[in-house]
Design a protein around this ligand. Structure first.
Ligand code: FES
Length: 225
């Protein structure tokens, strides 16, 4: 984990989804599923989590934080990369990316690595991002069952409050229970990033709970179900 300075270079609006291009040192760039905590000098005591969404010259493109009103030129104090990100298996050739309840902004970072290893990629989401690479197929959530049957690796993005809904959808409809390489990014508040052990990010798994900020936010499916 490092600290350093970054700068907002550009705000990007695509089909209602907001992204921000950030310049920073290469060692601060999070992997897909990881995040940085950003302090923007606004006086708020709470740092803002920033998730990786795509690569970009001099830095990366992040899902724009909903709570921040950033503009180009703004300097950020950054801490990270933090948390456990996705680990795309090298052998994966049929990759499903499933955004259950939000735009797939945090899953997009897996697209280029998957295509690079010659995997087919299907994005399951009720919002269709603009500017997707041509090789990516987009399906609505109603196709979830088919995609789960097809994929040999699945990455989910879900809010903590919808975790039970995800469990039920998957349990009822697919052979995913036998799969060992599905992963879930669980979105929670992560105000301290693990430094203060505040517990705000606690996630209940099988019979235990874990801190999403440092033991997640990406968990293996087998930890959940
Ligand atoms: S955000 Fe404080 S312990 Fe996880």
């Amino acid at each position: 984990m490092q600290t350093g300075t970054g700068q907002v270079l550009e705000l990007i609006l695509e089909d209602g989804d907001r992204y921000v291009r950030i310049s920073c040192s290469p060692h601060l760039i999070p992997a897909p599923g990881q995040y940085l905590l950003a302090n923007d000098g606004s006086g708020s005591p709470l740092a803002i989590p920033v998730f990786y969404s795509d690569s970009a010259p001099q830095g990366f493109i992040a899902a724009a934080p909903a709570t921040a009103d950033w503009s180009p030129g703004l300097l950020l104090h950054l801490r990270g990369p933090l948390g456990r990100g996705f680990s795309l298996p090298l052998a994966a050739r049929r990759v499903g990316l499933v955004a259950l309840d939000d735009a797939p902004v945090r899953l997009r970072g897996l697209i280029r690595p998957a295509l690079k290893q010659d995997a087919a990629v299907v994005l399951v989401s009720n919002t269709t991002p603009e500017d997707l690479l041509d090789d990516v197929e987009v399906q609505p959530l109603s196709s979830l069952s088919d995609v789960l049957e097809w994929a040999d690796y699945v990455a989910f993005d879900v809010a903590r409050e919808n975790l039970q809904e995800l469990r039920e959808r998957v349990r009822n409809r697919s052979r995913l229970a036998a799969r060992t390489d599905a992963q879930v990014l669980i979105r929670t508040g992560i105000p301290c990033g693990g430094i203060a052990d505040c517990g705000v990010c606690a996630v209940t798994l099988k019979s235990d709970w874990k801190l999403a900020c440092k033991e997640g936010p990406v968990f293996h499916w087998r930890e959940l179900d």
